[in-house]
Design a protein around this ligand. Sequence first.
Ligand SMILES: *[C@@H]1O[C@H](CO)[C@@H](O)[C@H](O)[C@H]1NC(C)=O
Ligand SMILES: *[C@@H]1O[C@H](CO)[C@@H](O)[C@H](O)[C@H]1NC(C)=O
Ligand SMILES: *[C@@H]1O[C@H](CO)[C@@H](O)[C@H](O)[C@H]1NC(C)=O
Length: 189
Amino acid sequence: RRPPCCSPRAAGVRGLWGRPPKGVSLLVPQPNINATVAQNILLSVDYSCRGVATIEWKHVSSRGTTKIAEWKSGNYVNISTGYKDRVTIFENGSIQLLNVGVRDAGYYFVTVTEEHGTNIYGTIVLNVYEIIYEDLHFVAVFFAFLTGVSAILICFMWLCNKSLHLFQKKTHKLTASNTEEIELETIEC
Ligand SMILES: *[C@@H]1O[C@H](CO)[C@@H](O)[C@H](O)[C@H]1NC(C)=O
Ligand SMILES: *[C@@H]1O[C@H](CO)[C@@H](O)[C@H](O)[C@H]1NC(C)=O
Ligand SMILES: *[C@@H]1O[C@H](CO)[C@@H](O)[C@H](O)[C@H]1NC(C)=O
């Protein structure tokens, strides 16, 4: 079996919906999904074929290839142990993945095989982003705190400045009257 990316059939498949050329066709309406951590995502596809098809989903990432599920409508459903409680399968070949994490990012390959062995591939790329909202919240709180502190400091400095001015004025007056007295005394002498 050739890898899906090199298959000439896979190339023509994405986003197309026409009469099945070899009895099986597959529609992948959204080949690129951006999600955030803890979201539930639908890997949506829709297939058509004559007879009963077998659907298989695989996850490919830098960690390797994992089989997610394989089922044959009306026959059996086989979901891998790692995905048992967080994968839902649909009649049209789609799967829903609950509570995604960063390690769910990667490529999802779906293979639809019809009774005579003809198969067709589809690919969905999933990006999972971490939520940076909490970090932003922290920055905002920290910024508000800094602003508050600087406002208090500015008030304090203003007060210091004011009282310093008052003090200087008083000293000036005092010095002035002293000099006058001294002058008066000198004149008297
Ligand atoms: C996902 O994000 C990438 C860039 O981060 C963007 O190019 C692409 O259009 C996005 N896809 C969807 C379906 O929003
Ligand atoms: C496949 O079925 C699911 C559930 O009924 C639906 O949400 C989804 O849109 C369908 N996908 C396509 C491509 O029709
Ligand atoms: C289901 O999967 C298990 C392990 O991956 C495998 O041993 C078993 O043969 C599969 N069953 C069917 C019906 O494909």
